[in-house]
Design a binder for this molecule. Structure first.
Ligand code: SAH
Ligand code: SF4
Length: 367
């Protein structure tokens, strides 16, 4: 954001209408701006040919259309793309696009770093530097649309069709900004990605889960990774605060889950840690009365990681037990490992300076 100017990215349509009114621009222009920015990808007011030159200049005087800078852009041999994005304060996050034949998911970050320190996750080795704003979160999507050259295209001609909140950070420790961003993204006259094509992954911030279902209605993914509290306490330390029983109860009652929209349980396969047949059977037992599917994620290594990935035969044996119990349990093929874009490999060099306060947005979602 430039000094004194309001960044339109991150404002709700209502807020944009009000902000325009405050500088003497008619409220109906909000719809026009929204269209230019979110369906045509306009980056400047001079591109908005339905708006008179004089008014374009007035808008430029008061507003900006912010986009993060691209510090690095990488493409994997398998087509996965990763961007290291830099915000105006110098902080950086990574965003990943995973294309498939007729669709693709953008893996979006919600924080610079993470307050949690799951032992198998590269992001977990960073401290939390700051929460992203809604504008920072949407900025990642704008960069993806720019880079894929998909502005103004029909939906069926776009590869960026889905969003997963599985990048850096714990989205439910930045709920207010994540929710604001998703409301803007789900607006059907804008980026228009529906709640059915959005999946939010959480390590298990139990008190916020119901709000996600009620207010956003998106798909939920849970980073489970262990079926016993003692092991989960170690791997996913938030478990000490919200143990398995509470987490599974919140899943049982998740408002947006149904037979057609199952909760995904993510389970990282760690050699000799959580990968026995007994673990698989216990997993089946825990999921008994939940609309669930399981995603087995081969552990993705990173420099200094204290784990190894389970063998293929171990993963297959684990998966067979889950399948036999009637759950789908695809083994996720790692994507973009060569460019460090796979699950849990994201990290940036942003560091919190000594004594610097952590910016947590309007109100930290942490209870
Ligand atoms: N903080 C959120 C979302 C980001 S992590 C969460 O934890 O759910 C996205 C997924 O990648 C999570 O399931 C996470 O546990 C998993 N993951 C983290 N490190 C990994 C690694 N090294 N290999 C495979 N998956 C990993
Ligand atoms: Fe944070 Fe998720 Fe990584 Fe855990 S797995 S450290 S919650 S980003």
């Amino acid at each position: 954001m430039q000094m004194g100017k309001i960044d339109i990215i991150g404002l709700t349509r209502q807020e944009l209408t009000e902000a325009l009114r405050a500088v003497g621009v008619e409220p109906f222009r909000a719809g026009q701006l929204w269209h230019w920015i979110y369906t045509k990808g306009a980056t400047g007011f001079e591109q908005m040919t339905t708006i008179a030159k004089k008014q374009q200049a007035l808008l430029a005087e008061h507003f900006t259309i912010g986009r993060p800078g691209i510090a690095k852009a990488l493409v994997s041999f398998d087509g996965t793309r990763k961007w290291l994005l830099e915000f105006t304060d110098g902080n950086k996050v990574e965003t990943v696009f995973i294309p498939e034949d007729d669709r693709g998911a953008l893996c979006v970050s919600s924080q610079v770093g993470c307050t949690l320190s799951c032992t198998f996750c590269h992001t977990g080795t960073m401290r939390l530097v700051r929460n992203l704003t809604a504008g920072d979160i949407i900025g990642q999507m704008l960069i993806a649309r720019d880079s894929l050259n998909e502005w103004g295209k029909k939906r069926e001609d776009c590869l960026f069709t889905n969003i997963v909140l599985m990048g850096m950070g714990e989205p439910l420790y930045n709920y207010e900004q994540v929710a604001r961003a998703l409301h803007i993204v789900m607006d059907m006259e804008g980026i228009a990605i529906s709640k059915r094509r959005i999946t939010l992954s959480t390590s298990g911030v139990v008190p916020i889960m119901k709000r996600v279902g009620d207010e956003l209605g998106v798909n939920l993914a849970i980073s489970l990774h262990a079926v016993r509290d003692d092991l989960r306490d170690e791997l996913v330390p938030i478990n000490k605060k919200y143990p398995l029983e509470q987490l599974l109860e919140a899943c049982r009652t998740y408002p947006a889950a149904s037979n057609a929209r199952r909760i995904t349980f993510e389970y990282v396969m760690l050699k000799n840690v959580n990968d026995t047949d007994a673990d698989a059977r216990e997993l089946v037992r825990l999921l008994a009365d939940i609309h669930a599917k399981v995603n087995l994620i081969p552990f993705n290594p990173w420099p200094g990681a204290p784990y190894e990935c389970s063998s293929n035969s171990r993963i297959n044996s684990f998966s067979k037990i889950i399948n036999a119990a009637g759950y789908s349990s695809p083994v996720r093929t790692p994507r973009g490992r060569d460019i460090f874009a796979a699950c849990g490999q994201l990290k940036s060099d942003s560091e919190r300076k000594k004594g610097e306060k952590v910016w947590l947005g309007e109100k930290p979602a942490a209870p």
